[in-house]
Design a protein. Sequence first.
Lengths: 151, 144
Amino acid sequence: MRAALAAVATLALAGQAAPALAEDAAKSCTTREVADGFIPLFYEQGKVREAYDTWVAEDYIQHNPGANNGRAAAIAFLEPIFENNPQHRMTVHRVLVDGDLIAVHLHGQSSPDDLGAAAVDILRVEGCLIVEHWDVTQRVPETSVNGNGMF
Amino acid sequence: MADFDPRDTSGRESLSVRDVAERFIELFHHQDNPTDAFLAWVHPDYIQHNPNAPSGRDATLEVLAAAVRNNPDLTHDVKRVIHGGERDGEGMVAVHHHFRRRKDERGWAVVDILRIKDGYVVEHWDVMQPVPDPADTKNDNGMF
């Protein structure tokens, strides 16, 4: 309990949780706490390595068919996207949290005028870490039957 | 099997967002019956964000009913459902499923997100991606 309180204090002071060491997997966080830690760092600030090193398990199970399993592979896949293009951005439109799952509905764009892609990431949490990831991605079309946009 | 009648709308005003979501998902995704799902649970002024479908309950239903008529083996294999909680009679649910028009096609991975308010599904977003040939994927986990 004291350790948990200390962790909360650290989180409040630093604005984020301590780095994810192996033993962090055994700690307890709510799924909401993991969402509130990971989502601003990764999606809104684009701090790929910091977000993944803090909140993602080393043996992370990957279901995106274009990426390999594991945290290191995810960082290797994602980091160049941001480093090669400072204009790349992700806008989070809605987040759902239920049990051990988080769903993030987002818009990824390579520049402000790129139509970009709609995506839903689904993240599974164990302890204080994201341990599994599924996603579905679709290019935003130029035209829409209903004019409501994809978000 | 569901322990409720998914077509029974008589207690609509007393149902939670989760209750409405479960009834809609039972009819639409599990029973592949868009007509019953839409007539029971979707609001006439339903807001559609799928770029290929019209807004409004009846216009969307026309598109979906035609899809079922043209593809009688169409299935939505539900993999996981994420209930986003409820505030003031309103909330959202996400349904991750495998959509196939025929049993022998790889089909699409889909996430439907529904906004539910006062006993009705009032808004819908979705994302769809073709399931790739397993020979072309970098991991062996599948998309689900």
